[in-house]
Write a protein of this length. Structure first.
Length: 70
């Protein structure tokens, strides 16, 4: 299942900077817009994987994983 997130991007001087609106801490800076979008995708994927692993470790054994929609 592919999920969509909102990238907020802008050019600031010679740099492109951006954030993922829905996930605090996912932000990047690159020399081009294309590089920025790639970096945001990679960083977002890494953040989601890390958050998932931390949640599973915190839950310990006997947890239940459920899909929810908002």
């Amino acid at each position: 299942m592919q999920k969509s997130f909102t990238a907020v991007v802008k050019q600031s001087g010679p740099w492109w900077i951006g954030w993922i609106e829905e996930v605090p801490g996912v932000n990047c800076q690159e020399a081009s817009r294309e590089e920025l979008l790639t970096s945001l995708k990679v960083t977002l994927a890494e953040a989601i994987a890390l958050n998932r692993q931390e949640a599973i470790e915190a839950a310990g054994s006997g947890y239940e994983a459920l899909q929810i929609a908002v």
